[in-house]
Design a protein around this ligand. Structure first.
Ligand code: DQA
Length: 143
């Protein structure tokens, strides 16, 4: 069973990007943690990052063919993207929205998610552990 873990813009900069907010782990560190947690659930993790909205749309479509579920940290596109909302609605595998930071404790423009209504659920504010919690949730709802 494959789970896609998709990451949007600027998440390739983790480790040096605003460490006071996002912590010191790199995206590669988070990928390694996801692979370890995923294997304990019997999931193969397909972990990807793009700064391009359309690439994330293509990957969501691909997930519908290849994955049992998706965890997505859409970065700033979370707050803007009708295209990601529509792509999540267009596929039938469950999608969990993930954020490292507690977006509700930050600027007002981060309080609204365009994609949350299309997602199965939302996990935010637990640092990189948010990804691991999303994998737990996917294990739960896909069993
Ligand atoms: C983020 C929160 C977003 O508001 C922001 O644009 C990001 C990262 C997070 O993981 O906390 O790029 O998705």
């Amino acid at each position: 069973k494959t789970v896609f873990v998709l990451n949007g813009p600027n998440l390739n900069m983790l480790g040096k990007r605003e460490p006071g907010i996002y912590g010191g782990k790199t995206l590669k560190d988070i990928e390694n943690d996801c692979v370890t947690a995923g294997s304990s659930h019997g999931f193969a993790i397909d972990f990807r990052q793009s700064n391009h909205e359309g690439m994330l749309v293509d990957w969501l479509h691909e997930a519908d063919e290849k994955a049992v579920g998706v965890a997505i940290n859409a970065g700033a596109y979370t707050h803007t993207s009708v295209a990601l909302h529509d792509a999540i609605r267009a596929i039938s595998v469950p999608v969990i929205e993930v954020h490292i930071s507690n977006v509700h404790a930050r600027e007002a423009f981060r309080h609204h998610s365009m994609i949350a209504p299309a997602c199965k659920g939302v996990i935010c504010g637990f640092g990189p552990t948010s990804y691991i919690l999303a994998l737990h949730a996917l294990k739960n709802i896909t069993d």
